[in-house]
Ligand binder design. Structure first.
Ligand code: TRP
Ligand code: SF4
Length: 404
């Protein structure tokens, strides 16, 4: 797969550790659903990642995996557009992780914000395992194994994508280097013909000196079009655009969703604690009860006290789920004390129920047909494995593990 094709390749994943909530849906899944039609997508249920923190409760992981698959499918991830699979069913991830572990400086892992934070949060459990430290590297393996150019994630995962980029760069630097790479790359440029080589040189300069990504993409497209040069030269020209060696593993970038992070029921971030989240498969009664229990602007002690919606979690929920006019109605009614909080809640409850209804209908179909879900995952793993094997063969060869 060439560097240009990698720009069409998307990989993302989630750690199965419970049912998904509206925060996952708005923050990540909607982004996946959008990109699945435009890109070649691989979505991974990363059960090994779950094991890195939940190794003592590992008996629950199989159920979490099933729940996650059902939630994804119900949300609208389509197996005919995207490849859905379980990480541990594609063992190539383990070999990729192993080979990358050889070149991964320990300090890079110890510095990861996720390592420091989680270690702090999880102090009551024992989080000093090798697997836990290596979590971002396993994630880098997930991404690089498919030579993904783009990784749609929530903001909390950006440092992990950056880390994968650093690992790719280091791998390319170590194993993509030929002793006389620059001489060969310059010779390859001359083979492009006068006009094209001039274009290549100026695009490369624009990218390297100004970080112009469009120039980089145009240059890749120019290289891809070349029919007369060898594959080796093509790889050198791709690699020369970005650095000092052949491009073995393209460097991935994050694709952030433009939805703001959804606040939870208590106004804090929507997390997985039951009281703070509305789950995709909560019943209508549960939704109603949870919204009714939400805190509101503390200034509204009595019904006649005016409030300030921006201080109210219910209002933030309205903004994510209700239409323009309902939002305006709530805002005005709150500030003028024209409506009470109970009244204000009602259209929000209706909006959430309406949003979840079609999704829950699909979820029910899949829940009643677990064999279908299993076969979707098995097919996904087959497709993923085919891709993974190709990359791994190149990686082994680059490292020098080719015994033929
Ligand atoms: N670490 C990610 C999370 O906690 C899950 C994940 C695993 C992932 N593999 C990935 C995300 C590959 C993007 C790409 O949500
Ligand atoms: Fe919140 Fe609505 Fe009550 Fe205002 S009226 S405090 S926005 S619930």
């Amino acid at each position: 797969m060439s560097a240009l094709d990698s720009q069409r390749r998307v990989v993302s994943g989630m750690r199965p550790n419970g049912r998904l909530h509206l925060g996952h849906y708005h923050g990540v899944l909607k982004n996946w659903i959008r990109v699945q039609h435009e890109y070649d997508c691989f979505f991974c249920i990363s059960d090994w990642h779950a094991l890195s923190t939940d190794y003592e409760a590992s008996a629950g992981i199989a159920q979490h995996v099933m729940d996650m698959a059902v939630d994804w499918l119900a949300a609208g991830i389509s197996p005919s557009s995207a490849t859905l699979f379980v990480q541990s069913q594609v063992q190539e991830h383990a070999e990729m992780h192993l080979l990358l572990s050889m070149i991964c400086p320990l300090g890079w892992l110890e510095r990861m914000p996720s390592y420091r934070d989680l270690q702090h949060d999880l102090q009551h459990t024992d989080q000093n395992s090798y697997g836990f430290l290596g979590y971002p590297l396993l994630q880098a393996a997930d991404i690089l194994l498919y030579r993904a150019g783009l990784v749609p994630v929530g903001g909390d995962q950006v440092s992990h994508v950056e880390f994968a980029r650093d690992i790719a760069r280091r791998f390319n630097h170590l194993y993509g280097r030929e002793p006389d790479f620059e001489v060969k790359a310059e010779a390859a440029i001359r083979k492009l013909g006068r006009k094209t080589s001039k274009l290549y040189v100026s695009l490369r300069k624009a990218y390297q000196e100004q970080g112009d990504l469009e120039a980089l993409n145009t240059a890749r497209a120019v290289v891809k079009e070349q029919q007369t040069i060898t594959l080796g030269d093509q790889e050198r020209l791709y690699g020369y655009l970005e650095g000092s060696g052949r491009l073995l593993l393209p460097e991935p970038r994050e694709l952030l969703s433009d939805n703001p992070r959804l606040a939870g029921l208590d106004g804090e971030r929507m997390g997985k604690s039951v009281n703070n989240a509305i789950f995709l498969r909560d019943t209508a009664e549960e939704v109603e009860e949870k919204v009714r229990r939400m805190p509101t602007d503390p200034a509204r002690v009595r019904r006649e006290d005016p409030g300030e919606p921006t201080r109210c979690p219910v209002w933030h929920m309205h903004r994510a789920h209700s239409g323009e006019d309902v939002c305006r109605w709530a805002e005005q009614g709150c500030r003028s004390a024209g409506i009470g909080c109970l009244q204000c809640n009602t259209p929000l409850i209706d909006a959430i129920k309406a949003e979840l209804a079609p999704l829950q209908e699909r979820a029910l179909d899949y829940e009643q047909n677990p064999d279908l879900v299993r076969s979707i995952l098995a097919e996904g793993a087959d497709r993923a494995r085919d891709e993974a094997r190709e990359t791994l063969a190149d990686v082994r060869r680059a490292v020098g593990l080719n015994y033929r």
